[in-house]
Write a protein that binds this ligand. Structure first.
Ligand code: ATP
Ligand code: ATP
Ligand code: MG
Ligand code: MG
Ligand code: MG
Ligand code: MG
Length: 267
């Protein structure tokens, strides 16, 4: 086909190909979910419907993009790890990030009513942002997931304490914040136990540790359609006993298998 005289404008596009042979990590995060969660009356500190909807949307992303090995979710964010050797969109950053964000957001909206059954649709369209980060080795990748999971724990312990003071203790949000300032984890655990009869370590793992989605290996002779319809609708909490999730792709109870027939070589 002959080129038009306007075609030169394409030359203005920047080359955003990501470095070869390193892990690509894409993290998405809800835009203004403090407000979005309040507007939709999310249960505080943890709305399990919202977490399950996030997990469903992430599972959809993994269904569509074979090269994602593992995903970790908490609150309004999800992290997706691509295999080192992925050639998705010739590793063009904008294409990869925008596709992850778009797949996630559209699935969040598409499946909304399966989780928030009382409202046919959300009050306004939610949005997510996204970024890609490159990690050279499994050391940084493990530390990355440990970092996010430590964040889950710190935030959840604070939020659980905060909402106990407000909802069960009758404090104002301001007073609760003052009460918690300067406290460490031990103080919060102690307060929850003695004042609110709550054993923090017994709270659901999905709240304390977030959710992990692992791609399982599918035997070569098994067609993907034989597996996908059997996936559970809701995910159990993380299987990681500590903030150091294994990168192995072996089957575990909580692992979800959105694999579309690809073998998950944890390269
Ligand atoms: P930004 O656009 O900068 O990300 P944000 O309001 O989304 O702003 P975050 O730091 O991402 O701020 O925090 C997300 C907030 O969404 C949490 O602090 C919490 O209030 C709310 N939220 C997200 N998921 C849940 C959930 N499952 N249950 C209850 N609240 C939630
Ligand atoms: P890629 O994922 O690479 O963008 P694609 O299939 O979306 O692949 P495009 O070059 O973006 O390829 O072309 C979009 C195609 O979608 C068009 O070629 C056309 O077949 C179809 N399409 C888009 N909008 C319309 C429309 N309004 N009516 C009919 N067909 C449409
Ligand atoms: Mg953000
Ligand atoms: Mg957010
Ligand atoms: Mg967030
Ligand atoms: Mg197109």
């Amino acid at each position: 086909m002959a080129k038009s005289k306007y075609e030169y404008v394409k030359e203005f596009e920047t080359d955003d190909k990501l470095l070869r042979n390193v892990y690509i990590l894409v993290r998405i995060d809800g835009k203004g979910f403090h407000k979005f969660s309040a507007a939709h009356e999310f249960t505080k500190p943890n709305d399990v419907r919202a977490l399950n909807l996030m997990n469903h949307a992430a599972r959809h992303v993994m269904h569509e993009l074979d090269d994602i090995l593992i995903a970790f979710g908490e609150s309004d964010e999800f992290s997706f790890l691509f295999r080192k050797s992925t050639g998705l969109y010739q590793r063009r950053e904008a294409k990869i990030v925008s596709t992850v964000v778009s797949l996630f957001t559209s699935a969040y909206v598409y499946y909304w009513n399966d989780y928030f059954k009382e409202s046919r649709r959300s009050l306004y369209p939610p949005a997510f942002d996204g970024r890609a980060v490159l990690y050279p080795s499994e050391v940084e990748v493990k530390d990355y997931f440990a970092w996010r999971q430590a964040d889950t724990h710190i935030n959840n312990l604070f939020n659980t304490s905060f909402w106990a003071l407000v909802e069960k203790g009758g404090m104002t949000p301001k007073a609760a914040e003052i009460r918690l300032s300067g406290t460490d984890s031990k103080d919060k655990n102690e307060m929850l136990f003695t004042e609110f009869n709550t054993n923090y370590s017994k709270l659901p793992a999905i709240f304390r540790k977030g959710s992990v989605l692992l791609r399982e290996q599918i035997p070569k002779d098994m067609h993907k359609d034989a597996i996908i319809p059997t996936l559970p609708d809701t995910l159990p909490g993380s299987t990681c006993a500590d903030a150091n999730p294994s990168l192995s792709t072996g089957a575990t109870q909580a692992s979800v298998s959105p694999a579309l027939g690809s073998t998950a070589d944890a390269d």
